[in-house]
Design a protein around this ligand. Structure first.
Ligand code: AMP
Ligand code: GLY
Length: 411
């Protein structure tokens, strides 16, 4: 079969590689991909937002399956367009993608169906927001309602930070902003394959590192590194998360008529009251996809078909720990410059690439998060040591990385 992957980052590089390994797949296309994928997929020069051209290409090429990586095209309705044209698409329709696209939508659904999450209030008026913070005090979590590439969330430990966030988010007197109770605990990322009222939750979870700097300091990012499995979060806790969050939310989405088909990313936190939802995403996590797909043994196409046919499937995993360290451009998640020469990459499969391009025969940086080094081992310690060795192998004067990816699993 012919598969088309939509997206250009590290998650899509991981998807392209995993899908390409399926015995069922003859050819993988990617729109628009990045040059590091050139040996693993046919890169198609169509813009990700050009839905007309994507539908036309998929129709002309008789693509059997489209897998949409990022959230933006899902929210913009690419899945609806492809499905209407008779092309099977793994990735939710635009209303279902509101689970990620609107924090207010997701919070309201959780409130309606009693799914455990932080208390919240959506406030549309700046003056009310200021008063709310003065009344409730800090810590408080402030989330912009729309998409913000992981940068629309401020965890304010003091009032000054909260007021800065309010000034940032309410560019006018009115904006939709969610104010949330601050939850304390360890976070983990659980991917769930969903088809309407049926789901297959991954039984291996991953742990991301959202803050930019060591020790969980600095601003939130899209994710600076991840590892799996997360052995110190017990199977019982995952089972509890499935019973209290995953199955109820899948039924809730079904009752609301969302007709979800794709991956639902459950960002959860282990509190003293049990697991609670921090966020949902309508897609695979990045960098969670890079570590999980490296460990997953099950054919990804067979997994999609199982969930499509509502057939339970036991996932098979390699008996290894995977640790992924992200190399990002200096300045990320703020402004950064591109075009720094990167030496040591050379298409090695221990790296998955988010944003590199070739210029005069050399690889140069071309985005915020640039690449991830994937170390593996029989223990997290070994996987971590191997990933940092791979990081050291890369030479570039324009990138930084966290030095503590995986440490939470070592204590
Ligand atoms: P989100 O984009 O909603 O996942 O938020 C980004 C990060 O902010 C999360 O991974 C958490 O580290 C932090 N965060 C979000 N919501 C809360 C909350 N209610 N309590 C504590 N931390 C939070
Ligand atoms: N790594 C977090 C996310 O994909 O949203």
């Amino acid at each position: 079969m012919k598969v088309l992957v939509i997206g250009s980052g590290g998650r899509e590089h991981a998807l392209v590689r995993k899908i390409g390994k399926s015995s069922r797949v003859e050819e993988v296309f990617v729109i628009r991909g990045n040059e590091a994928m050139a040996r693993e997929a046919t890169i198609v020069d169509i813009a990700e937002h050009d839905h007309d051209a994507i539908v036309q290409f998929a129709t002309e090429q008789a693509i059997d399956l489209v897998v949409v990586g990022p959230e933006q095209p899902l929210i913009d309705g690419l899945s609806d367009r492809l499905t209407a044209a008779g092309i099977k698409t793994f990735g939710p329709n635009s209303s279902a993608a509101q689970m990620e696209g609107s924090k207010d939508f997701a919070k309201a659904l959780m409130a309606k169906y009693n799914i455990p999450t932080a208390q919240y209030e959506t406030i549309e008026n700046k003056a009310d927001a200021i008063q709310y913070v003065k009344q409730h005090g800090t810590p408080i979590v402030i989330k912009y309602d729309g998409l913000a590439a992981g940068k629309g969330v401020v965890v304010a430990m003091d009032e000054a930070t909260a007021m800065d966030a309010i000034n940032d988010f309410y560019t006018e007197e009115h904006a939709k902003v969610v104010f949330e109770e601050y939850l304390e605990g360890e976070e983990f990322s659980l991917m769930v394959m969903v088809n309407d009222d049926f789901c297959i939750p991954f039984d291996t979870i991953a742990q991301d590192h959202k803050r930019a700097y060591d020790g969980d300091k600095g601003p939130n990012t899209g994710g600076m590194g991840a590892y799996c499995p997360v052995s110190h979060i017990s199977d019982d806790m995952i089972e509890r998360t499935n019973q209290e969050i995953v199955y109820p939310v899948v039924q809730a989405m079904h009752k609301e008529g969302l007709n979800y088909f794709g991956i639902l990313y459950v960002g959860a936190i282990v509190t003293i009251e049990g697991p609670k939802v921090i966020e949902f995403n309508a897609r695979f996590g990045d960098p969670e996809a890079q570590v999980l797909l490296r460990r997953l043994e099950t054919d990804f196409i067979e997994l999609i078909e199982a969930v499509e046919n509502k057939q339970p499937l036991d996932l098979m995993w390699r008996n290894k720990t995977i640790c992924g360290v992200v190399l990002a451009s200096n300045g990320y998640p703020g402004s950064y410059d591109k075009g720094h020469v990167v030496k040591g990459y050379d298409y090695q499969t221990d790296y998955i690439v988010s944003a590199l391009k070739q210029e005069d025969g050399e690889w140069v940086t071309n985005g915020g998060r640039v690449m991830i080094a994937l170390g593996e081992g029989d223990s997290l310690q070994e996987a971590q040591a191997n990933s940092y060795q791979l990081v050291e192998h890369i030479q570039c004067d324009g990138m930084f990385y966290r030095k503590d990816i995986g440490n939470k699993g070592l204590v």
